[in-house]
Design a protein around this ligand. Structure first.
Ligand code: NAI
Length: 397
């Protein structure tokens, strides 16, 4: 069977398993060429199957020799389709890590459920040496269900409605899009889904179960961005949720410092094409232009380069001093927010139109980055080769 990309708007309806494997191997090869990371050796990653979570897992395992537990929400092959890219990323990551003599355990299911926390805690106690020394919170989702409620996040403004343009990856058009003003209930729901509640629930449960090692750290990924995207991001519903996440970092830091001599940090990353970020309305022309400018200036990074820089230079630098800003946040969005990048964006952004966006931005790079996440447009893959669906169906994460 041959598989070609099926996009509905900005959603990938399928993936190419061998392309996912090859892309994972390319990222692993990049990490293998870098210096060693002297950091955590037992790591739990919530949201491990794609984007920043997967890149973190690769960096810490391959450059740091870490055993990892990954939790993610993915689907395997069925009569409904080939399954999700994250499903195959989990499988091929485990194979790769095991070849290096490392443990890579995958849990597939809802990280918001208490049952998932219990399963992971039992596994840490019985099979993972009893404790973890780093917990990474990298969940990106639109809904959260817990025994006490169900919430749906929205991507809206909190000040006034906004009108702008978004890239449609399926039609390859720049389309006008309006972003509505959220009401108070929507702001609260978004904070419930993308804020710090579940990060706290996990840390509390792990601490109570005594599976956090002395000196254990925890980090959660965040975004702030420039003034240009403030209305939809920093000051939008998602930004409010991130403020809650940042406040949670401060609280968790006090808790971990007191009881375990550990720390909690929000880590602010750069804007990148991921399964989650392509949903954010009117952000895509900015991201496509950002790719263009940063590639021209030679400082463009994907998740894998961001993850390696985070661990090697900020969380586990050679001098042992975690690099933090005035608000105690780890900042790996520094290249994105540098004046030389933002000045270029300011000069060019207003000229972008539906007629010229493919020329004025790195639309081609933006789209191929999205396709690669789903195993398409990956260098070295023979897409004319038939896939053995039967054999793929037997693979387990
Ligand atoms: P992604 O969509 O690539 O990865 C999300 C992960 O969460 C996947 O592993 C998915 O399986 C998992 N997940 C979602 N719902 C789940 C559930 N209910 N139970 C278990 N696992 C679940 O997203 P991305 O972009 O890597 O986002 C991760 C974090 O990084 C988010 O907090 C996001 O806000 C942040 N971030 C993203 C940036 C970007 O430009 N993509 C920039 C800065 C921060």
């Amino acid at each position: 069977m041959l598989i070609t990309p099926q996009l509905s708007g900005n959603i990938a309806r399928n993936c190419h398993p061998i392309g996912c494997q090859q892309y994972l191997q390319q990222q692993a090869a990049y990490i293998a060429q870098q210096g060693k990371i002297n950091g955590a050796k037992k790591v739990l990653i919530l949201g491990a199957s794609s984007g920043f979570g997967l890149a973190s897992r690769l960096a810490l395992s391959i450059a740091g020799g870490a055993d990892t537990i990954g939790v993610s929400f993915e689907r395997g092959p069925s009569e409904r389709g080939i399954g999700s890219a994250g499903w195959y990323n989990n499988i091929y990551f485990r194979e790769l890590a095991e070849k290096q003599g490392l443990t890579a355990k995958n849990f597939i299911g809802d990280a918001f459920s208490p049952q998932m926390r219990d399963q992971v805690i039992n596994y840490i106690k019985q099979h993972f040496g009893g404790q973890v020394d780093l917990v990474i919170y990298s969940l990106a989702t639109g809904k959260r269900t817990t025994p006490s409620g169900q919430w749906q996040s929205v991507l809206k403004t909190t000040d006034e409605p906004l009108h702008g343009f978004s890239i449609n990856l399926e039609t390859e058009q720049l389309e006008a899009q309006s972003v509505a003003l959220a009401n108070a209930a929507e702001v609260e729901a978004t904070t419930k889904v993308m804020g710090g509640d579940e990060w706290r629930n996990w840390i509390d449960a792990l601490q109570q179960a005594k599976v956090l090692a002395e000196g254990c750290n925890t980090i959660a990924y965040s975004y702030i961005g420039p003034e240009r995207t403030a209305a939809v991001y920093r000051d939008g519903t998602i930004g409010r949720a991130k403020q809650h996440l940042h406040a949670t970092a401060t609280e968790l830091d006090a808790q971990l410092t007191k009881h375990l001599n550990g720390h909690a940090y929000a880590c602010v990353c750069k804007a990148l094409v991921t399964k989650a970020s392509v949903y954010i309305p009117v952000m895509s022309p900015y991201i496509a232009l950002l790719y263009q400018v940063m590639k021209e200036q030679g400082n463009h990074e994907e998740c894998i380069e961001q993850a390696y820089r985070l661990f090697s230079q900020h969380l586990y630098p050679v001098d042992g001093q975690v690099k933090l800003d005035k608000l105690r946040q780890i900042r790996i969005d520094d290249y994105e927010l540098s004046p030389q990048v933002q000045q270029q964006i300011d000069q060019r952004y207003a000229s972008i139109s539906p007629a010229n966006f493919k020329q004025l931005t790195d639309f081609a790079g933006y789209k191929s980055a999205f396709l690669r996440l789903n195993g398409f447009a990956v260098e070295g893959v023979d897409y004319q080769q038939n896939l053995d669906i039967n054999a793929l169906s037997k693979l387990q994460p």
